[in-house]
Ligand binder design. Structure first.
Ligand SMILES: NC(=O)c1ccc[n+]([C@@H]2O[C@H](COP(=O)([O-])OP(=O)(O)OC[C@H]3O[C@@H](n4cnc5c(N)ncnc54)[C@H](O)[C@@H]3O)[C@@H](O)[C@H]2O)c1
Ligand SMILES: O=C(O)C[C@H](O)C(=O)O
Ligand SMILES: [Mg+2]
Length: 557
């Protein structure tokens, strides 16, 4: 539970400006002024009691969709309360806020037929000041595949995290879903499908559309930060725009940064240096290649040449080990890690590759549940004192293995991080705590850093700086408990650290147009960042229990 800052109740005047009219924390006087007297239940409640009621109502919802709709409604009708509930119960986010949605949500849909007119569609968005947008074409949502416009829950969920974790004002965020068709036959046949009923456009057509979109976004909101999310073929757009606009791809770069931070800490845990590492990846998509390239950069800073670093990686995709002489035409993004030292040998399965490579680390970004099976995990434990096991596919139903499976089959020796959350596991009388290498540790800080520094673009060095910052953000207690990442309830503190280092890198490279904070100390920069973060407690005050000493009604939980 995040500690609630001890702010005095905001003055009714400030309350009137900032809070929502139907807030049951309003006194009778305030209600009379707002003319809501009688429109609300009579009891005047503390904010804590309001939040408790939300949790109880949420717990009564049985399905993820019901929970999502409840929280979406709360977010749209009582923003401050929503973010207080979120910040005080952070574990809700990953399970509740980003499910697949089949109902219209608050966001902007831009369709293929809007070509030539995208700027006018953007101008329909009711908020004048947009600082950041998360855009998806719905073509690869988590490990769930092509969901077309049903993928809008991801931009909405991620922007909620930008606000909750980095204090980017909710009204300054824009969830954006591109309606460019879908190859999901079930949706094309579903009369309730909310998107244009057409096959997905070609890559060339999507390029043309994105070119217009980026110009339109920067016409309406100059300098807007654009985060690309869950595109099936994300590399071309990133290469095209990353040096022209303030943008990044979270699946490639965000994942690269968050997992690099975990690997830096994993190597500290095992004590085995970069030069002795042998990494096997299953999954050679945007995330897998993005992660490996980020680790290559780290290995080079550890003293390896680029080629020596690259040689530490072996990739497995649907056809087995990726080699130059496998006989198929490799997608461009796979070529960099394709092996040329296999002496003509080809390996079809992950287990064959594990036997061949004898890896020190196993990373899964494949969407294939259970592919880190018992036999493979046991071999990893035989080959390594402390095998590094990172099953990173989301959601949990797609994870390469669970935390329990990893601990059990490596005899409690694994150094573990996953993409989705897993419960602690009791093993040999010891409660083992899993680490979660979720992008939420970095993308909020990257986005806030780009916004506050007004960076002309988000350089690879700024992304790398976010990874190193995160790796150093774990405190002594977390390290003592074997954690590779900070506790999630420290996420706002972590986002300040990540944001600060991203801004400093932008300043170092002269990419910042906001130059007032150049040369400031870390403490000064942190204070400046915090002063710009939306904080529901500050904005909405904290109305305590009226009757001194009355315990909060536990029955509501
Ligand atoms: N930090 C995180 O938690 C995080 C971040 C980004 C992505 N992810 C997850 O990583 C997974 C992959 O994301 P992506 O964007 O790279 O997707 P992608 O579709 O681009 O890549 C998936 C890759 O997995 C491989 N693959 C698929 N089926 C396989 C099989 N049967 N055998 C071997 N290889 C197979 C293919 O090489 C494919 O390229 C998803 O589950 C996504 O949710 C997690
Ligand atoms: O960042 C996440 O939580 C999800 C990730 O972007 C993914 O595609 O799995
Ligand atoms: Mg993603």
């Amino acid at each position: 539970m995040a500690s609630t800052p001890n702010y005095s109740p905001a003055s009714p005047q400030r309350n009137l400006q900032k809070s929502t009219p139907h807030d049951t924390s309003h006194s009778l006087d305030v209600r009379k002024q707002l003319r809501t007297h009688g429109l609300l239940p009579p009891s005047v409640e503390s904010h804590a009691l309001q939040a408790q009621r939300c949790l109880k109502q949420l717990a009564s919802k049985t399905s993820p969709i019901e929970k999502y709709i409840y929280l979406s409604t709360l977010r749209n009708t009582n923003t401050h309360l929503f973010y207080r509930v979120l910040l005080e119960n952070f574990n809700l986010t990953t399970k509740t806020l980003t499910p697949v949605v089949y109902t219209p949500v608050v966001g902007l849909y831009v369709s293929w037929k809007d070509r030539g007119n995208i700027v006018n569609v953007l101008r329909n968005w009711p908020k004048p000041k947009v600082e950041i947008t998360v855009v998806t074409d719905g073509s690869r949502i988590l490990g769930l595949g092509d969901l077309g416009v049903n993928g809008m829950g991801i931009p909405v969920g991620k922007l909620t995290l930008y606000t909750g974790c980095a204090g980017i004002r909710p009204e300054n965020t824009l969830p954006l879903c591109l309606d460019l068709g879908t190859n999901n036959e079930a949706f094309l046949k579903d009369p309730l499908y909310l998107g244009t009923r057409m096959k997905k456009v070609t890559d060339a057509e999507e390029k043309e559309f994105l070119d217009e979109l980026m110009v339109a976004l920067n016409t309406v909101w100059p300098g807007i930060v654009v985060q690309f999310e869950d595109f099936k073929n994300p590399f071309p757009a990133l290469e095209r725009y990353q040096h022209e606009y303030s943008c990044f791809n979270d699946d490639i770069q965000g994942t690269g940064a968050v997992i690099l931070a975990g690997i830096i800490n994993a190597l500290k845990t095992t004590g085995k240096p970069a030069k002795d590492q042998r990494a096997v990846f299953i999954g050679a998509g945007s995330a897998g290649v993005g992660v490996a390239k980020q680790i290559v950069e780290f290995f080079q800073k550890e003293g390896l040449t680029e080629d020596e670093a690259r040689q530490c990686f072996w990739f497995v995709d649907t056809k087995g080990l990726i080699t130059n002489d496998r006989g198929d035409k490799l997608a461009q993004h796979k070529v960099y890690f394709s092996r040329d030292d296999n002496d003509g040998q080809q390996f079809k399965t992950l287990e064959q590759v594990v036997d061949y490579v004898k890896p020190t680390m196993l990373l899964g970004l494949s969407t294939i549940r259970g592919v880190f099976n018992e036999s493979i995990l046991k071999k990893m434990a035989q080959m390594n004192e402390q095998p590094i096991i990172f099953p990173l596919s989301n959601p949990s139903s797609n994870a390469e293995c669970s935390f329990e499976e990893a601990v059990k089959h490596t005899g409690g020796k694994c150094v573990f991080a996953s993409g989705s959350p897993w419960p602690p596991y009791l093993y040999n009388g010891k409660v083992m705590q899993p680490s979660q290498g979720n992008n939420v540790y970095v993308f909020p800080g990257i986005g806030l850093g780009a916004i506050l520094s007004k960076a002309v673009h988000i350089s690879q060095e700024m992304i790398y700086a976010s990874a190193v910052a995160l790796s150093k953000a774990t405190n002594a207690s977390e390290i003592n408990h074997g954690k590779l990442y900070p506790d999630l309830d420290r996420i706002r503190e972590v986002s300040v650290i990540v944001c600060r280092e991203v801004i400093k890198e932008a300043q170092r490279q002269g990419l910042d147009r906001e130059t007032s904070m150049r040369g400031k100390s870390d403490e000064e920069l942190d204070a400046w960042i915090r002063s710009r973060m939306y904080d529901p407690y500050k904005e909405h005050g904290v109305v305590e229990e009226k009757v001194a000493g009355s315990p909060l009604k536990k029955s509501l939980l």
